[in-house]
Design a protein around this ligand. Structure first.
Ligand SMILES: [Zn+2]
Length: 544
């Protein structure tokens, strides 16, 4: 998901994904936790069939849920949000009883569910889906029109959940291994969804059905449909794993501008394959699809609405000028193919796994094309967006994310850790290793923390506790008495022990210091002021 710019944040903060929500409810637990009615079956495949009725903004269709039983149980939870309604549930031609509780449906299976067996059930549904208020942050269906008056329809649903527009197992820990998405729309429009287009069927009722197949695991909120009067062109990129297909879908009136702007896609792929390893979905290809909202990281169907100009809606969020050299949405949303679609959080409380790395990927893109210094300037410039309002990690098990600081502060945390590692080749291998070790997996934030500690050869636990679980910026406090420097960490978690680079002699380069929370001292020569390397996201404070 794209971060909100400070102005937009300030204006719209009240209703967003990051706003502090009222007291938690049972609905939050049913949505956010791995309930007994979810645990016993492992999702293997979805076939989603959905028919759009733009005339009255309704949908109808079904989800065939293929699963393998891991332990015997007879009640399954499937999620679908009102005003959409489940009409019927079937297994092997038999209708199954179900009970609704808010967004959750509890289906009683008739057939004995034996461990190890593979089964299918189909959920039929229809109704008027929630209309997106501020897509993609406050999602649902966008029933738009393009400048020629033609329908311009799209879905976006991170946080809110995929169950806002189709019945599914709406928790992030379990993904299907592959999926077929069949969208039926009026025949003057085209649907673009995830993966590869397998078939287009013209139906006798003046509609067409588009079958899109995804050959890789896909997270719920990444599944999308985009329906409009699209024009299309494609290219092939010579990637790390061989030829990669690039497909572009935009409105005809924007084709010329798009062909120019989307030339940045190979530049993005070059930089990200360098830093993170091969694009994670060669089988499904890479796509950019124009939509009536800013943009979103839908897997192998990245959506775009940045107006075919550089920056974030033409602005540089870092204030350094580097952010105007490239298109924010192409770079940020594509970075999510690695961190969000390849490596996916199990609980939205750990959304930093998506946004901190992807916000940081912007800086790595700058570094690849404009150099290390430019990238550091960009990263430091983004500190103006940090609010330190709440911890970055949210509460677990209730579908609630933490602070919007998961973007710029998480980004600066990773940049700071790089300084601690102090070896660029090793750092690059760590980033590539993440995408290999957790390839196509759902993870917990703790797994990522442990991996970074293990691969860097340093216990970074206190660093993560400080930046992800606390809102204070660690302060390096110091005192100077004659040629004696006293220093310690303050405004920090207990036993905070992050190493930091400082200048102990103005004429020399930075040296690594290992402060603790107790005062330590060091002999120095004529030091007037202690300066820390600005690449560390910390405060320095002189105590008289
Ligand atoms: Zn994002």
């Amino acid at each position: 998901m794209v971060k909100r710019s400070a102005i937009i944040l300030f204006l719209l903060f009240s209703g967003s994904l990051w706003a502090q929500r009222p007291a938690l409810t049972r609905a939050d637990t049913l949505r956010g936790s791995i309930t007994p009615e979810r645990t016993w079956w492992n999702l293997t495949y979805y076939h989603l069939q959905v028919r759009l009725h733009p005339g009255d903004s309704t949908l109808s269709g079904s989800t065939a849920v293929h699963y393998q039983i891991t332990s015997p149980w007879q009640i399954m939870q499937i999620d679908l949000q009102p005003p959409l309604q489940v009409l019927k549930v079937e297994q092997e031609g038999q209708e199954l009883p179900f009970r609704q509780e808010g967004n959750a449906y509890f289906i009683t299976l008739k057939k004995e569910q034996k461990a190890g067996q593979r089964e299918v059930l189909t959920v039929y549904y229809s109704g008027k889906p929630r209309v997106a208020r501020k897509p993609p942050w406050d999602g649902g269906l966008t029933w738009g029109r393009d400048s020629t008056g033609k329908h311009f329809i799209a879905t976006s649903c991170q946080g809110l959940g995929a169950s806002a527009w189709w019945p599914c197992k709406d928790h992030m820990y379990d993904e299907p291994d592959s999926m077929l998405i069949s969208v039926t729309a009026p025949d003057n429009l085209m649907d673009v969804s995830n993966g590869r287009l397998r078939k287009v069927t013209s139906n006798p009722d003046g509609t067409r059905t588009f079958d899109w197949f995804v050959a890789n695991p896909i997270n719920n909120y990444g599944v999308n449909m985009n329906v409009a009067n699209y024009v299309h062109w494609n290219e092939t990129y010579a990637g790390e794993k061989g030829p990669l297909s690039l497909d572009f879908y935009v409105l005809p009136q924007h084709e010329a501008a798009a062909r120019k702007q989307f030339k940045q896609v190979p530049q993005m792929l070059k930089a990200f394959e360098h830093w993170f390893g091969p694009y994670p979905f060669y089988e499904d290809g890479y796509k950019l699809v124009e939509v009536p909202y800013l943009g979103m990281e839908h897997q192998s169907s990245v959506t775009y609405g940045n107006g075919f100009r550089n920056g974030y809606l033409g602005k540089d969020l870092s204030g350094t000028g580097w952010g105007l050299k490239w298109d924010f949405i192409i770079v940020h949303e594509s970075g999510h193919e690695w961190f969000a679609n390849n490596i996916t959080y199990q609980d939205i409380a750990d959304m930093w796994v998506h946004e901190s790395f992807t916000s940081y990927s912007e800086s790595l893109f700058v570094e690849y094309h404009y150099g290390k210094k430019a990238a550091a300037q960009y990263t430091i410039g983004c500190r103006t967006l940090i609010r330190n309002d709440r911890p970055i990690i949210g509460p677990y098990g209730v579908n609630q994310s933490g602070s919007g600081d998961m973007y710029s502060k998480g980004h600066n945390m990773l940049h700071t850790i790089r300084q601690i590692v102090d070896n660029d080749a090793q750092w690059r291998q760590i980033l590539r290793g993440l995408n290999k070790t957790f390839y196509h997996q759902t993870v917990t934030g703790s797994q990522i923390e442990a991996y970074l500690s293990q691969q860097s050869g340093r216990n970074l636990q206190k660093v993560f506790d400080q930046y992800l679980r606390d809102t204070r910026i660690p302060a390096l406090e110091y005192r100077l008495e004659k040629n004696q420097l006293q220093y310690r960490w303050a405004d920090c978690v207990p036993e905070f022990n992050m190493p930091v680079k400082v200048k102990l002699d103005q004429s020399k380069s930075y040296q690594l210091l290992q402060p603790k929370t107790e005062w330590q001292s060091l002999k120095v020569n004529n030091l007037v002021e202690l300066r820390a390397d600005p690449d560390f996201y910390i405060m320095v404070r002189k105590i008289d």
